[in-house]
Design a protein around this ligand. Sequence first.
Ligand code: NAD
Length: 435
Amino acid sequence: MSLTNKFFSLLGFPEPISLKRFNSKNSLPENVVLLSISKQINSNIEQALLQLPTNIIKSASDLTEKSIAALIIDATNYIDESSYQQLYLTVKNTLRHLDSNAKILIIAHAQSPNKNVDENTFSQSLIGFSKSLAKEVGRKASTTNIIFIADEAHDSHLALSNPINFFLSSKSSFISGQTLTINAVNNLINPPSKTKKIAVVTGAGQGIGSAIASRLFDEGYFVIGIDIEPMKIQLTNVMKTLQGESVILDVSANDAGSKLVTLAKQHGGFDLIVHNAGITRDKTLAKMPENLWQQTLNINLLSVMRINKALLMEQSINQGGRIICLSSMNGIAGQGGQTNYACSKAAIIGYVKSMNTKLAREKITINAIAPGFIETQMTKKMPFFTREMGRRMNALGQGGLPIDVAEAVTFLGDELSFAISGQTLRVCGLNIIGT
Ligand code: NAD
């Protein structure tokens, strides 16, 4: 154990169990245990699971000798007060069978004005339950998340299988205590006839951006990586290995939108754009010079809005396209010295929420990802103690890796994620900040 780890162990942050991350061999566990808090199992969940390469085990009595790597709790059928007790019993009785690196997924109905008070109260209770459970099982590198099904999502099995797959696989290892909602499922369109989909990633020269570019290349995209002049060599090297295209462009430049429109025309439109480029320029507000305020807002927020506006006006994002913006945990919780950064990253959450309705007509989805502590150059710059605490202060007791964000991008960018839009997914190991 390193000296630093020993020191933090003494402070009550024991050395964590390593997270099992995705490789082509460990996509989904062989068996998924599916238990309901009522007598019946939701047919949409069952149908969704049938589309996945895994066996479904439906009875807790079959578990005695087996260990559980993936557990789905069907909480869609709230009956009465006894449902709380059923929730308790169903989950409690399976916990001792849980493997390390296990995935627990709760599926329930989203709150809505069409539901009665008791049903809505129960749905909300699941959030507290799941976050607390996530903190308990996190010690074993296991996660707990929720998928809510919205009222309008009839035939939700079509939309459920991809998020179920994601949350049960090691692609979501650093995501815990989070919720995603399946919205209306009328967004599915036939995949574009193009042989290769085009993805654009801003800030692709290093860190999270280069991991996203590389993961999208693995998924078969032609990737266009964008970064600023000082990153030219790094960007060129990244894009060379990915057989992609490097574009030197400051996203906050006045002509960034029009340059990207021209590029989109050359490629038959973009299918996925990932607004990843971002900066921190930390100072307390009292000491913040206007240029640092403005630069941060320009790069992290205003350029995203301007570029999307230009691309959408010229129909440069194809039907069925995906827009993914990088927000941040600090945009949710706030952080002293980061009024500029947190303002821009919180705005991104509001932006994707409100753009969602506008884009639904064109069957384009827009979502945000809010990373917590991810090991990159950005977090390397943090003062020693803040950094060491930052990487440990979550349910999994460790920092995330750029690949964790890249997996979330790949998931939201998938054509099968058509029913998820306007949402922000935290990739933070359930960091105690902002939860
Ligand atoms: P990083 O600093 O390692 O990389 C950012 C990249 O963006 C760099 O290559 C940089 O050159 C590029 N860039 C900066 N300004 C640009 C501009 N004007 N035009 C084009 N490219 C520009 O950062 P990272 O840690 O990889 O973070 C990536 C994104 O994730 C950022 O939006 C960041 O705010 C967000 N984020 C990161 C963390 C983390 O823990 N690392 C946490 C929360 C959010």
